[in-house]
Structures are given as C-alpha cells and as structure tokens.
Design a binder for this molecule. Structure first.
Ligand code: IPD
Ligand code: CA
Ligand code: CA
Length: 275
C-alpha cells in the first residue's frame, strides 16, 4: 500500500472534522424534539429524522471536498464504487437507541479507509462537546489535546465495555455469556450503546478494553484509528489482524490485550462457571 503523506492525511482529517461538527450541531438541535422514530428492519434498529438530516449534511461536505472518493453511509449505503482506494465510512448518529429515548450518549463518526485500512477518523460527542481526532502517524487528540490509553496491566483490575448487536435475539452468538463472564472476573463491564464512543473511551484511558461483534464499518472505522494513535491495540478476538468486514473487534490499552483475548476465547457457556 502506498503510504499517504502527512499533509494528505491532515487534509482528510480536517474534512472529517468539518463533517462531524456540522452533523453534531444537527443532533443537538433535534435532541428531545423528535417527531418521527422508525424501525429499519430488525426490531429495535431505529432511525430518526436526526440520523437522516445529519447524514445529508455529511454527504454534502464530502461531495464538496472529495467528490472522487467512495462513501459507505449507514442510511444511504454504498455511494460510488466499492473498489475506490478511498472509502469514507459514515455513522451520522451512533447511539440512535439512546438518542431516541432522550439518553444523552451518542456521537457522529466519520472515518476514512484507504485501501481497506482505517487511516483517518473523527468522532464528535455533542453532549459532552468532545471532538476526537486521529490519523495514521499523526497522533490522537480530544479537543485538540493529545490523548493516551490507560496503563492498567491486569484483567482483574480493568474496566471494560461491550455492546449487543440488533440480531441478538436471532443468534446464540449474542455476547451474553461473554458479558456475564467478564463482568465476573473484572472490575466491571459497561454498555454505553455507542460503539464509536466505546472506542474513544479506550483512547482516552477511561476504559481499558472493548469487544463487540455484529458491527459495521461505520461504527468503528474512525474509532479504530483514534485508539491506535492513542497507543492502543486493535485486533480480532483471537489477537490475529483485525478484519473490518468480520464485524468483530477487540480493542484495548495493549497491556490487557492478551488476557482479554484469552478470556473471550475461553468463555464458558452461561451458568457453567464457578467463582
Ligand atoms: C449501534 C451502537 C451500539 C452497538 C450496535 C450498533 P447505532 O449503532 O454503536 O453501541 O452495540 O451494534 O449498531 O445503530 O446506534 O448507529
Ligand atoms: Ca452505529
Ligand atoms: Ca447510526
């Protein structure tokens, strides 16, 4: 893969920043004032007018700056060729369920994959006014200040986060056993309801490890770059290289990576473990 210059990455990062900030303003405007909340397909998979308006705004900004790039947007799907070297992965509102209930944990996430690898990302949480940015080789920041992952070394001293995909009622691979087991052997497992913020919380050192299955590229592309640039590690559950289309991610501060990976692989079926 041809390495893009720091200047090229910086330009893309600024475009991503403009997009998340403009969309974030829309999310702030609509919060608590929604007229329409629809179910998209699976029960509980919601879409609101805020998701749609925020996505239109992001698409407008990307088309203005980089009309030649491909886009994969949660509400509009694939735009342009999938084979494009540059692919923007957009989640206009990550944490829709929270947002629709008036629970203020949600964000806008805009990431750029270059030849399939996340290299640029911006995540904006309008409720805490936190802007997270990262680009390969350029570091990670929150509100323009450098950020770093935590120093927790032992799994039993760690605070983790996970999530449950919308297909959880249709599959036994629903993460329930892992959630219970890891709750039992660590200081706790949180469930924020916004994958992009789970990743930025790892990057900030607020949480030590995150795992989830059933994710889409728009949920994680931006957050992955931010975690890696903050000194964290992102792989598949078994520690092998991360594959974005698998929907499965293990992201940690690096120090607990192997022990969390082992615990996930060794999780006994629900109810079959002893303290
Ligand atoms: C969801 C959130 C949630 C995760 C789900 C995602 P949405 O995205 O990131 O934390 O557990 O798997 O689909 O629907 O709120 O954009
Ligand atoms: Ca999402
Ligand atoms: Ca979404």
């Amino acid at each position: 893969m041809e390495q893009k210059s720091p200047l090229q990455l910086q330009i893309c990062l600024d475009i991503a920043t403009e997009a998340v900030m403009s969309a974030g303003a829309i999310l702030e405007d609509y919060f608590g004032k929604l007229d329409t909340i629809e179910e998209k397909g699976r029960p509980g998979d919601l879409v609101t007018e805020a998701d749609k308006k925020a996505e239109v705004e992001i698409l407008k900004i990307l088309r203005r700056h980089v009309p030649e790039h491909g886009i994969l947007a949660e509400e509009s799907g694939q735009i342009g060729e999938k084979e494009n070297e540059f692919l923007w992965a957009i989640d206009p509102l990550d944490g829709t369920t929270n947002y629709a209930h008036g629970y203020p944990i949600a964000a806008v996430s805009v990431g750029l994959l270059i030849e399939g690898v996340p290299q640029v990302g911006a995540v904006y949480n309008p409720f805490r006014r936190e802007l997270f940015r990262g680009a390969k080789g350029l570091g990670a920041t929150c509100n323009r200040r450098p950020i770093k992952v935590s120093q927790t070394r032992e799994l039993n001293k760690s605070l983790l986060v996970t999530g449950f995909a919308y297909d959880r009622r249709e599959t036994r691979d629903n993460n329930y056993a892992e959630f219970c087991y890891l709750t039992h052997i660590t200081q706790g497992v949180r469930r924020s309801g916004a994958a992009s913020l789970d990743l930025t919380d790892i990057a900030m050192g607020r949480l030590d490890g995150y795992w989830e299955r059933g994710l889409s590229p728009w949920d994680m592309s931006a957050g992955i770059v931010i975690v890696e640039e903050a000194g964290g590690k992102v792989t598949a559950y078994d520690g092998s290289p991360f594959v974005i289309d698998s929907g499965r991610i293990l992201a940690t501060n690096g120090q607990i990576h192997r022990s969390l990976s082992n615990a996930l692989l060794e999780t006994p079926p629900l109810g079959e473990w002893k303290s």
